[in-house]
Design a protein around this ligand. Structure first.
Ligand SMILES: [Zn+2]
Length: 143
């Protein structure tokens, strides 16, 4: 089988940050790399799960909601994928920064009731906020 695009990226050269991964058929896939790959430091599953609920909800309630195709975790637990329609790298990064700022003000995890989530007990709002604040600082350094 052919190697898919995300496995062709040199992960030794792809540290913390915000990257355009692919731009196919008008849909841009961004890599939101929270932690350095293969560093031994990975986001805990409850933290990833809560960030998924927070950013997916906030982005889908933003002015860009019509362009949000998907937001979800990387299986390697170093970050997230954001899929947008008709976006530039700068717009995607600004949407992410604004969505993180709103997420940091929330005191409950959206969609975390038993009927709304497949693992509703596995959340960590405080841990998610720590990881989001750290990632926001990384994004603020980029632009
Ligand atoms: Zn869930």
């Amino acid at each position: 089988m052919e190697t898919i695009h995300s496995f062709t990226i040199d992960h030794d050269e792809h540290g913390e940050g915000f990257y355009l991964s692919t731009d196919v058929s008008g849909i841009q896939t961004y890599d939101l790399r929270f932690v350095y790959p293969n560093s031994g430091d990975y986001l805990p599953s409850p933290v990833m799960h809560t960030i998924e609920h927070l950013l997916a909800t906030v982005m889908r309630n933003s002015k860009k909601s019509e362009d949000v195709v998907y937001f979800g975790p990387m299986g390697c637990r170093t970050g997230f994928y954001l899929l947008l329609k008709n976006s530039t790298l700068t717009e995607a990064r600004e949407l992410t920064k604004e969505s993180i700022k709103i997420s940091l003000t929330l005191n409950t995890v959206p969609g975390a009731e038993k009927k709304q989530c497949g693992n509703y007990l596995e959340h960590d709002l405080e841990g998610a906020k720590v990881a989001l604040a750290k990632y926001l600082a990384i994004l603020e350094k980029i632009a």
